[in-house]
Ligand binder design. Sequence first.
Ligand code: G6P
Length: 369
Amino acid sequence: DASDYGTDGHEHFMHKEIAEQPDAVRRVLKGRLDERFHTVRLGGLEMDARELREFRRVKILGCGSAYYAGQAGAQFIEEVARIPADAEPASEFRYRNPVIEKDTLYVAVSQSGETYDTLVAVQELKRKGGRVIGLVNAVGSSIARECDGGVYLHAGPEVAVASTKALTNMLVGFALLGLHLGRIRDVSPADGRRLITALQALPEQIEAILDGEPHLAAVAKELAQAPSLFFVGRTRGFPVAREGAQKLKEISYRHAEAYQTSELKHGPLALVGPELPTVAIVPDDELLDRNLGALQEITARSGPLVVVTHDGVDLGVVAGQVITVPKSEPELDPLLLTIPLQLLAYHAALTLGHDVDKPRNLAKSVTVE
Ligand code: G6P
């Protein structure tokens, strides 16, 4: 019951909600993994396999952190299910008079289910005959009611303005949707099994990351001193960087900008030097060497670096603070890579003495235009 929801001995709701993530992930997975057919059961979708196979494209709409979750979700869906997918801020979508395609599956993503921009985008879509499903946390909310079914996120009530457990469950929700869409197309049982095993491992892996909080707090204390920061990542790591920058901005009021690591050399590198730290998302994947190559350019210019990576990665001449997370399957790595960034933002805001749960100028749910 939301009214009973307190901080449970945590200093802030945000901290409590970060700590709740292993259980939140267990809840969103519960009853949805089919270990016999190595697929996913999504009872709320209201569309059968035949209908779902007709879609040629996926378009994800959300605002703020939900939009960044959507970007990560689009990459997962495209990579796993091989359906072209992208995300767009719901607030922009409806104003550009978009073409609504009947073979596009539209997905509205929202924690509260009450974000006005997302709700009106859904209504506009429906007026034009678009098929839209919801990835929504709040059961029975306006967006959930407007959609043609969907996937409830079961993160439980989220109070802190900066989204943590709901965002994590959005990423899991997209993985479930992507795996489902993939397994009714060309994804093999073996690949399905590989991803299901990885999903089941997430709660304990998140616990391991949360155990590293003292180290993350120390790194955050240092980062909080910089007036401006870069967050970089590429492909799967880019939405992670965007969300990390967003979190830091929201609650520490520090300027943070996200770039694709590959774009540094095309402009932003001009700003890099001892005064501007970069938080780099560097998964141990096929882009590792390229990522490290770009980071060497930062080290060569004495730019302070915080590298968020996997155990056992050899950074070579790249110098900086290292934060590691457990390895998942490559497509699911983004989910675990976002977790330490929550704690970096949290401890940066604490260091600076800000109201972590209720940052200035922001509302948990923006229900007006
Ligand atoms: C507000 C909040 C953001 C949130 C966004 C979308 O702007 O300040 O933290 O990401 O709304 O909220 P929703 O409830 O739709 O996920």
